[in-house]
Design a protein around this ligand. Structure first.
Ligand SMILES: [Zn+2]
Length: 235
């Protein structure tokens, strides 16, 4: 599959992840390149990430600090934390409604989020297990995007309708769109390195990103893979 560049003319981006390092891990290079090109990026984190480390003391505060450093490495403009308990995320009406509110508030051209059906992904000889929080976040996001955010008949108290141009679903087992992240890879690694408490998880976050990143491209040219859904035609 030929590697793509980031889309041009993108002003606003919303990326919705389950945990404090997911957007960075799956889409950090693409997001960094979009920020460099002038896009204003809002990062939504659904859970507090409290079960994602080894040391159970004060994890949410630590992960919040790390998140801020990682977001700044990528050029992300702001973080919206929804504060659900790590490991217990469900695609509830409440989560969906809060996402509708954020979509209508920030009016993103592109929305990034978890593919809702990923139970596991094979990267060559390595398997990355899926996570129930990721699927819950992806399900709530897709249900928020359509039909709800787009229609004035749903949640009118949460603002004027909005429908994004494209959805880029990361954390997917069969990507149909691979973005060349040569220009954003160093920033992605810096963002992942900022998540210090996660370096011991799953064999090391940055090492895993190297593996995943290079798998989508080749040894010399890292890439990120997405299922790309152009909802209003490609731009
Ligand atoms: Zn996660």
């Amino acid at each position: 599959m030929k590697l793509a560049s980031i889309p041009e003319g993108i002003e606003r981006v919303l990326t919705v992840s389950a945990h404090p390092d997911d957007s960075e891990f799956y889409a950090g290079g693409t997001l960094a390149q979009l920020a460099d090109a002038g896009a204003e990026i809002t990062l939504v984190v659904c859970t507090d990430g409290a079960r994602g480390g080894r040391d159970l003391d004060d994890i949410p505060a630590t992960r919040q600090r790390e998140q801020e450093a990682a977001a700044s490495a990528l050029g992300i403009a702001r973080i919206e934390r929804l504060g659900y308990l790590d490991g217990d995320l469900k695609p509830t009406d409440e989560l969906r409604d809060r996402l509708i509110g954020l979509i209508r508030q920030y009016r993103p051209d592109i929305i990034f989020g978890h593919h809702p059906q990923t139970f596991f992904t094979r990267y060559g000889n390595r398997v990355q297990m899926g996570h129930s929080d990721h699927r819950a976040s992806g399900t709530a996001l897709l249900d928020a995007v359509y039909p709800r955010s787009a229609s004035p008949n749903f949640s009118p108290e949460r603002g004027a309708p909005w429908f994004p141009w494209s959805l880029f679903l990361f954390d997917c087992s069969e990507p149909d769109h691979r973005v060349d992240i040569s220009a954003g890879f160093e920033k992605k690694l810096a963002a992942l390195t900022a998540h210090e408490s996660q370096q011991g998880v799953a064999g090391g976050l940055t090492r895993a990103a190297h593996h995943v990143g290079t798998f989508f491209g080749n040894e010399e040219q890292p890439a990120e893979g997405f299922v790309r859904l152009d909802l209003r035609g490609r731009r």
